[in-house]
Write a protein that binds this ligand. Sequence first.
Ligand code: NAD
Length: 395
Amino acid sequence: MKEVRVGLVGYNFMGRAHSNAYRQVAIYFPELEAQPVQKVICGRSEGPLTAAAAQLGWEEAETNFDELLQRDDVDLIDICTPNNVHVPMAIKAAQAGKHVLCEKPLAMNLAEAREALAAVQEAGVVHMVCHNYRRVPAIALAKKMIEDGDLGTIYHWRGTYLQDWLLDPAAPLVWRCKKEIAGSGVLGDLVAHSVDLALWLVGDIDRVACDMETFVKQRPLLESVDTGLGATAAESAEMGAVDVDDGVIALARFANGALGTFEATRFAAGRRNYNYFEINGSRGSLRFNLERMNELEYYNVDDPGDRQGFAVIQVTEPCHPFLGLPEQGGPRYWPPGHIIGYEHTFINTVADLMRGIASGENPRPSFEDAVKVQAVLEACEQSAQEQGWAEVEHI
Ligand SMILES: NC(=O)c1ccc[n+]([C@@H]2O[C@H](COP(=O)([O-])OP(=O)(O)OC[C@H]3O[C@@H](n4cnc5c(N)ncnc54)[C@H](O)[C@@H]3O)[C@@H](O)[C@H]2O)c1
């Protein structure tokens, strides 16, 4: 069994989700030829970093990213930091000969995404972007059903990603509200996930017509208090500008003739993490909602007239994607009906990354896939600025 020694950067929300995945993957994917070792966790502040290392199961802590890259006992760099440092870190990691897993969005813009892709391709390292929703078993089943022809010709994609955590105008100006750190607002944060799924499930997008709005333009500044795990921060009385989008709407034309819509916001009261899509085809429809992530709804036009309606598939059987052990044939996680959660999407992602590193076959979504996502996001920004349709650059 090959050991993949991981150096992970950032130790808050995603740092914890990824740490948990590295810790769990060998339990549920014992067949993998490569398994991760939680070697080094990297962050800027020694105190909270040391606490994070102990709690999240890392052997060592390192405050200097360049030192991390110098180490011969680190094979994979996992980037769980805010968006502005993704590409600089990914490029350096690739140049140091490390495989790279990067959180989404890969980049601040399309040009930067292309630079990251060129760097990993030149270095010949394995690269992957953490669009973890591809590895929700119900979504992977949707992919299989589309490939099997269950939907026939696809006519419509409807992707909606709604949250409400910025509804309160007194919510502080966190990094996600600042263009210089986040690159964009919900566009890169939430629409990026929907676009990745749309490209994967339906196909390439040719053009978009998009608009966006910043509903609350000033927010209380944060006194930056990097406390590490479950970071808290004090608010100051001073206000700062929100210079990213709070809500986005977009129309899309797919290369295969399908029509699509995207909507995302941080201002949908009552919607905490409503990642929803519906796909309509000539033979049926599929509907998915992350808040009921073990279910996939399927309408089949061939059902007899008096039985027609959406059926709810409980995606918890060993025959479903990610849920069966290959050799024994039994459940990978739990018996049927014993549901899985958000964290399993990261375990499944890490498992496929380990497979990719063991086999040398690059897992998806790769940086190339992320460049395609970024091209759609860039066209959305252009369209919103110019108030008209914008062409998506194909790579
Ligand atoms: N895949 C998903 O569904 C998903 C979910 C949430 C976040 N994300 C992405 O993950 C990334 C991190 O988001 P998060 O929610 O974990 O953010 P966070 O604010 O919770 O944590 C960011 C971490 O990065 C560290 N950090 C900040 N600036 C840094 C720098 N310059 N150098 C080194 N470390 C730095 C912080 O100390 C903190 O530990 C973002 O790109 C975000 O878009 C993805």
